[in-house]
Each structure stands twice: as C-alpha cells, then as structure tokens.
Design a protein around this ligand. Structure first.
Ligand code: ATR
Length: 283
C-alpha cells in the first residue's frame, strides 16, 4: 500500500483526504491519503520520512508551506518563484517540491470557465496567501493588468514588491476606495481572496461588490468555499456574470498534486462530487 497525506497543524476540517481517497480508488491505485497533524519541530523528520519506497509524497498546508520549501532536494520553477510549496513528490528517495495552489488555480480558470488569462484585466480583492498564489499564476499567464484592492494597502504594496519584473501591470487601491466601481466594471476577471463572506465569520453576509459593480461579461471567482455560493457569487449571478466557486481552487490544487504523485489523469468530477457530498453532510 502506498502512503501519502497532508502536513499541517490544524487539519480536522481538511477536505483533502475525502477527495484524494476517492481519486485513488477510482484509478485503482492502492494508496491511502492520511492526515498528518504535528508541530513545527517535527517537520524536518516528517519530510525525511517521505523518502521511503512506499511513500508517494505529501501535501503541505498552513503553516508549513514556506518552511518545507527549504527541506526538499529540488524545486519546480513556480515553487521556486513563489517561495512556498504545497506538494512534495517522492522520486525514488529524492524529494521535489511544487506549488499546485498556483497551477491548480490557473487550471481551474481554464477548465471550469474556459477563461484564457492572456491579455485580460483582473481585479483581485485581498493581498494574503491566497491572493499571492492567484497573482503569481496570472502574471505567468501574461494578463494585461492586475488591480489589487486590499483593506490594508501596505500589504498589497509589499506583495507586488516581490515581483521584480512586471511592476507596470499592477495598480493598488483600498477596498473602500470609490474608484473600485470604475475598475470592477472594466474587469474580465474579479477574484475575492479575502475572507469576507466566509461562514461563521463576522462578515458572513457581506460582499465587497454589489451587482451593479459587476459587468455581465466577466468571470467572478470567490476563493471562499464555505458557503459554496457566497454573497459575492450571488451578486455576480444577479449581474449575469459567470461564477467559479472556491471549492474548485481546492479541488484543482488536489488534482494537480494527484497527477504529480501518480502520473495518471485525476477524476476531477468524482473528486468534486465527493467534496460536495461531504459538505452537504456537514449541514
Ligand atoms: P489567506 O491565506 O486565506 O489569503 P490571509 O493571509 O489571512 O489569508 O489574508 C486574508 C485577506 O482577507 C487579507 O487580504 C485581509 O485583508 P488585510 O490584509 O487588510 O488584513 C482580508 N480580510 C480579512 N478580513 C477582512 C475584512 N473584515 N474586511 C476586508 N478584508 C478582510
């Protein structure tokens, strides 16, 4: 039996075992995806255990994505660029790190909304970890412009400073700036990468954009996946725009990880269905 799993600190709500184990079963691969929760001082030892012959590798989540980056033998180009990994692949005892948050995000845009990022104008709300992955992917895909709107403007400034080149494609403003309508209305893609709209948060019923701020011929992607349809996505539907649920970002980072571990095509729809069923069972 092959072993694979997820490294993290608080994983009781992780959906990854749910959809990864379905994928292994569907592809008839004798592997078990486990949850590996431990503290920071164990990370090095845990990474080294991945070199065992029956280990496929692991996913890595918060707060270990940056630390694990420095513990593998080799890095994929995107991972090297962003400075964080969420996937480790065991190649006969040699560990290679990847960032499928970035590749999965771009793949979800292409496969779920047939959205080709080249030359497009993007508005992204938020400047945290999720925004960072989306922005790295979009810059590599040669978008025309990216406007970052964040509550804390300085955080957005720090984020774009990490891009040595391509500075000219970025603009920054506060999410409370009135100019946001003007920008949103000429965007091809709007992404919410803030926690606004997240279930059980103080902003659960809020959307940073109203229907009249969303153009009809636009794709709106909310990285928040609980609830499946957030207040922003409801507003986008009301405006007639195309939506992508945040669950797709989670599924596609897993799809890319699965394909790196196994070399087989992941059963995307089965993984999505299983994750949805799990969600519904939680009520
Ligand atoms: P993640 O890794 O999910 O991106 P994060 O790094 O904590 O999480 O980032 C959270 C994002 O949500 C940030 O852009 C944050 O804005 P600040 O940089 O100003 O903190 C944004 N955010 C969180 N709560 C918010 C709120 N109530 N209103 C607006 N933005 C909020």
């Amino acid at each position: 039996m092959y072993q694979v799993g997820i490294f993290g600190e608080k994983l009781s709500h992780s959906l990854s075992p749910v959809f990864q184990n379905v994928a292994f079963k569907y592809c008839q691969i004798p592997a078990l995806y486990e949850v590996w929760e431990f503290s920071k001082d164990e990370l090095h030892e845990r990474v080294n255990l991945l070199r065992k012959p029956n280990s496929l590798g692991a996913n890595v989540t918060i707060p270990y994505k940056e630390l694990a980056y420095g513990m593998v033998d080799e890095l994929d180009g995107t991972a090297k660029q962003i400075g964080a990994i969420n996937t480790i692949v065991n190649n006969s005892g040699k560990l290679k790190g990847y960032n499928t948050d970035v590749s999965g995000f771009i793949r979800s845009l292409k496969e779920i909304a047939s959205f080709d990022p080249i030359g497009k104008n993007v508005l992204i709300l938020g400047a945290g970890g999720a925004a960072r992955a989306a922005i790295f992917g979009l810059v590599n895909e040669k978008v025309n412009s990216i406007t970052i709107a964040n509550r804390t403007v300085d955080r957005a400034v720090k984020l774009i400073n990490d891009f040595g080149v391509n500075q000219e494609i970025f603009s920054i403003l506060s999410i409370y700036d009135e100019k946001i309508s003007e920008i949103s209305l000429r965007s091809d893609l709007i992404i919410n990468a803030t926690s606004v709209g997240m279930k059980h948060s103080s902003m659960e019923f809020e959307s940073l954009l109203s229907p009249d701020q969303i153009p009809v011929n636009c794709v709106v992607y909310d990285i928040v996946y609980n609830p499946l349809i957030t207040p922003l996505l409801k507003n986008a539907q009301e405006a007639g725009a195309e939506i992508i649920q945040g669950l797709w970002m989670l599924i596609f980072q897993g799809v890319d990880s699965f394909e790196l571990w196994t070399g087989k095509s992941a059963p995307v729809q089965n993984m999505y269905q299983k994750a949805m069923e799990h969600f519904k069972s939680l009520g």
